[in-house]
Design a protein around this ligand. Structure first.
Ligand SMILES: Nc1ncnc2c1ncn2[C@@H]1O[C@H](COP(=O)(O)OP(=O)(O)OP(=O)(O)O)[C@@H](O)[C@H]1O
Ligand SMILES: [Mg+2]
Length: 234
């Protein structure tokens, strides 16, 4: 269980996260939804310590993020973006690297098969397309095999086939006792697989059970999406 209590964060004087308190179980998928520039990435970075909260506490499976930092970090995985992969490594080398760092013992070649990466497992990251990089990124999460996985826009740049594969993998991970927080721009994707949705607005969270609401209607209501009027002209 991830337990966050009274978390605050500001960039200089601009408050981004205001007194956030929430929990995430290690067998649920939470969608983090908000418009561009609201603070989704900032929240994920605060959870892992890439940014330091001004105040508040975070613990994971009883390990406090400050007092018990090593155990806390061993329980989660977050690789912000496919630009954080090592460009000079091959896909397979990158996956082995993470598997060894997290001492997970997961079978690397099984991950490669699962994600249909056989055709490019020996290609360097620097030579890969966006979709291939997204597969390698997901593969690193499977290689770490941690109770909690934090994803920032994991579905960006995927074709419909890969989207379905990723959705199946996320739901399998949940079934196997992994907790997932994923930010997403796409309300459709969040609807398809999340148990709860966290809407972030003006630094605060509105939490909904995904199945109970029309997510797009709720999004439009919360973030006042306006139709483009006839006055639009180039
Ligand atoms: N390094 C930084 N220094 C100062 N302000 C920053 C910095 N990084 C982000 N911000 C500001 O914090 C706010 C939240 O940014 P963040 O990247 O968390 O948003 P986001 O919800 O992830 O957006 P997107 O959907 O575009 O990825 C924005 O106003 C942004 O300008
Ligand atoms: Mg972001």
């Amino acid at each position: 269980m991830l337990e966050v209590s009274h978390l605050n964060f500001a960039y200089h004087k601009q408050p981004i996260l205001h007194d956030l308190t929430f929990t995430v179980a290690t067998d649920e998928i939470v969608g983090l939804v908000a418009p561009n520039g609201t603070g989704k990435s900032t929240l994920l970075k605060n959870l892992v310590g890439l940014l330091t909260p001004a105040s508040g506490t975070i613990s994971l499976n009883g390990h406090d993020s400050r007092q018990d930092r090593t155990a806390f970090l061993q329980n989660l995985f977050f690789l912000e973006d496919n630009r954080n992969l090592y460009e000079h490594l091959t896909a397979r080398e990158q996956i082995i690297y993470v598997q060894q760092m997290w001492r997970s013992g997961v079978d690397v070649d099984h991950i490669i098969d699962l994600l249909n990466m056989g055709g490019y497992k020996n290609k360097r990251i620097s030579k890969m397309s966006l979709g291939m990089r997204q597969h390698v990124l997901l593969a690193t999460y499977l290689a770490a095999n941690t109770p909690l996985m934090l994803f920032d826009e994991p579905l960006n740049g995927l074709d419909p086939t890969s989207m379905q594969l990723f959705t199946q993998i996320f739901t399998q991970l949940r079934a196997q006792g992994h907790g997932i927080i994923m930010s997403s721009h796409s309300v459709e994707n969040v609807t398809a697989m999340t148990d709860r949705t966290f809407f972030l607005k003006q630094g605060q969270l509105t939490v909904c059970n995904t199945g109970d609401i029309d997510l797009l209607a709720k999004y439009n209501e919360m973030f006042e999406v306006k139709a483009l009027g006839p006055e639009f002209k180039l």
